[in-house]
Design a binder for this molecule. Structure first.
Ligand code: TMP
Length: 252
């Protein structure tokens, strides 16, 4: 048996060398962390759920022409992805005030925002991923003005797609985070959506009850995290026991 090479291990995922050059295998762990890993737990089944959910969201994005790193799912916990050069920024889009925006600006959680707000956080665990402005990003060379324009456009397309998809199954997309990577096609650089899109990186509220169906359940000790993620997967028609369903169960 040949042991495969681990390329990177993060808090919730491991990246292994892929079968072909330019590919990686992304493994979803059951580990959950919050507050820069001050709070930790293992949530049985979370990795399987996030692997499936991220596949579903990335595939849907690909189908509407938004480029992503996703190639195909390999098994319950792993997917084959394109290797990218990750831009060291977390791109957050917010539709409704919550979390750090509410805290920083004193806006009640749940207040609808006048327009989607795009924010950038510098990916640096030692600094606690600080909020940065476009000025910082360009001055320190993390991305160019052209990259920033492309990143905002990508993030807003992801927002429109995910908001509509979630609303169709009775869930409000409050906010989410994506990471973006560079790929090179010949002489040209393109930016594509990378990392994962899952309830770990989104805020999802049930329209009817306001129930939280995302990682805030863990951050704020609101109940069983796997139950919340299973509810999202169920509504989207992704759970194996729903063999009769062919897709999302739309609500009126
Ligand atoms: P925030 O309100 O804590 O800034 O989070 C905004 C969104 O980003 C929310 O959907 C959760 C997500 N997020 C991550 O995916 N990773 C993180 O490390 C943080 C802080 C937030």
């Amino acid at each position: 048996m040949v042991r495969r090479k681990k390329v990177y291990e993060g808090k919730a995922k491991i990246l292994y060398e892929g079968p072909e050059p330019g590919t990686l295998v992304q493994y979803f762990k059951d580990d959950a962390t919050a507050f820069n890993a001050e709070k930790r737990a293992t949530i049985e089944g979370k990795g399987v759920l996030n692997n499936r959910l991220s596949e579903y969201f990335m595939t849907g994005l690909g189908n509407i022409g938004v480029p992503t790193h996703f190639i195909r799912r390999l098994n319950m916990r792993e997917q084959l992805i394109r290797s990218v050069e990750i831009i060291p920024l977390e791109v957050v889009v917010r539709n409704i005030a919550a979390g750090s925006l509410s805290k920083r600006l004193g806006i009640d959680e749940g207040t609808p925002l006048p327009r989607p707000i795009v924010e950038f956080y510098f990916k640096d665990d030692a600094l606690g991923d600080p909020l940065v402005s476009e000025e910082h990003i360009i001055a320190f060379g993390w991305a160019t003005q052209q990259d920033l324009d492309d990143m905002v456009a990508l993030a807003l397309r992801v927002n429109d797609f995910l908001s509509g998809l979630m609303l169709g199954v009775g869930i409000k997309l409050v906010d989410f985070k994506i990471e973006i990577g560079r790929v090179f096609d010949g002489d040209y650089q393109r930016l594509i959506v990378a990392d994962e899109i899952s309830p770990d990186s989104c805020r999802l509220w049930d329209v009817a009850t306001g129930r939280k169906l995302d990682k805030d359940v863990f951050r704020r000790d609101l109940g069983d995290l796997a139950d919340a993620y299973t509810e999202v997967a169920n509504r989207l028609g992704l759970m194996p026991k729903n063999k009769s369903t062919t897709g999302p169960k739309l609500v009126n």
